[in-house]
Design a protein around this ligand. Structure first.
Ligand code: GLN
Length: 195
C-alpha cells in the first residue's frame, strides 16, 4: 500500500511517522511518502492532507495538478484523510474568512466549515472526545476549524460541545484536530482499514 502525505506545508513528518507505525501494527506492506508531486499522488492508494495553514496549502496544491489528482483519487474511491487545515480543504462549503481569502476548496466532502472556530482563548487545547469506531481519544486542537453543518450522506463520528470534530463520507475522513501529534495510532489504523 502506498500512502501519500501531501507535503505542501504543515505537520507532514508527524503524519508520515504515525502512518508508518499504524501500517506496522496492522502488518500492511508498503510505504508512506511525503510528497507534493502529481505522479506520486496519482500512484498512491491513500492520501493524507495534513494541518497547517489552509490558505497556503490551497495555493500550493492548486499551483500544479496535485489538487486535480486528489479529486480523481477521491472519485476512484481511494481513502483520503484531512486533519485540521486539511479538513477545510476537503470541504464543499466555507465561511466568510475562506471566501475573503479566496481559498479554493476541493469540495469533496459535504460539510460546512468555520475557520479558527474556537476563538483566541482556546487557540490550542486538548480534550477527550468519544469517536465512533475508535473510542475515547485525547484530541489536540490547534487554531482548529469546526464543522458546523453536514450534508445527509455525512456520518458524524465525534463532537465536542456543539461542534462536530470528526466525520466520514464514504472514503473521505475528516478531523478538525491533530491525531498525528499523539502516540495513539488508532485513528490512522482506522483510516488505513477504509481501503
Ligand atoms: N487555522 C488554520 C487554518 O485555518 C488551521 C490550523 C491547523 O491546521 N492547525 O488554515
Amino acid at each position: 500500500m502506498k500512502v501519500a502525505v501531501i507535503s505542501a506545508q504543515g505537520d507532514v513528518s508527524e503524519h508520515v511517522e504515525i502512518t508508518e507505525k499504524a501500517m506496522n501494527k496492522l502488518g500492511i506492506d508498503g510505504y508512506v511518502k511525503a510528497t507534493n508531486s502529481e505522479e506520486d499522488v496519482a500512484e498512491s492508494d491513500a492520501i493524507i492532507l495534513p494541518g497547517g495553514e489552509s490558505t497556503t496549502i490551497s495555493k500550493l496544491i492548486h499551483a500544479s495538478s496535485v489538487a486535480e489528482e486528489i479529486v480523481k483519487a477521491a472519485a476512484n474511491g481511494k481513502p483520503i484523510m484531512g486533519t485540521c487545515a486539511g479538513t477545510i480543504l476537503l470541504a464543499r462549503h466555507g465561511d466568510e474568512q475562506i471566501s475573503k481569502t479566496k481559498t479554493k476548496l476541493l469540495g469533496l466532502l459535504d460539510i460546512w466549515v468555520k475557520r479558527n472556530a474556537f476563538g483566541r482563548q482556546r487557540e490550542s487545547f486538548q480534550a477527550t472526545i468519544e469517536m465512533k469506531y475508535v473510542g475515547s481519544f485525547e484530541a489536540v486542537f490547534i487554531r482548529a476549524p469546526a464543522i458546523v453543518k453536514t450534508g445527509e450522506n455525512v456520518e458524524i463520528l465525534a463532537t465536542l460541545d456543539d461542534n462536530i470534530v470528526a466525520v466520514r463520507e464514504n472514503n473521505i475522513l475528516a478531523l478538525t484536530f491533530h491525531p498525528e501529534l499523539t502516540d495513539d495510532t488508532r485513528i490512522h489504523e482506522f483510516f488505513l482499514k477504509m481501503r
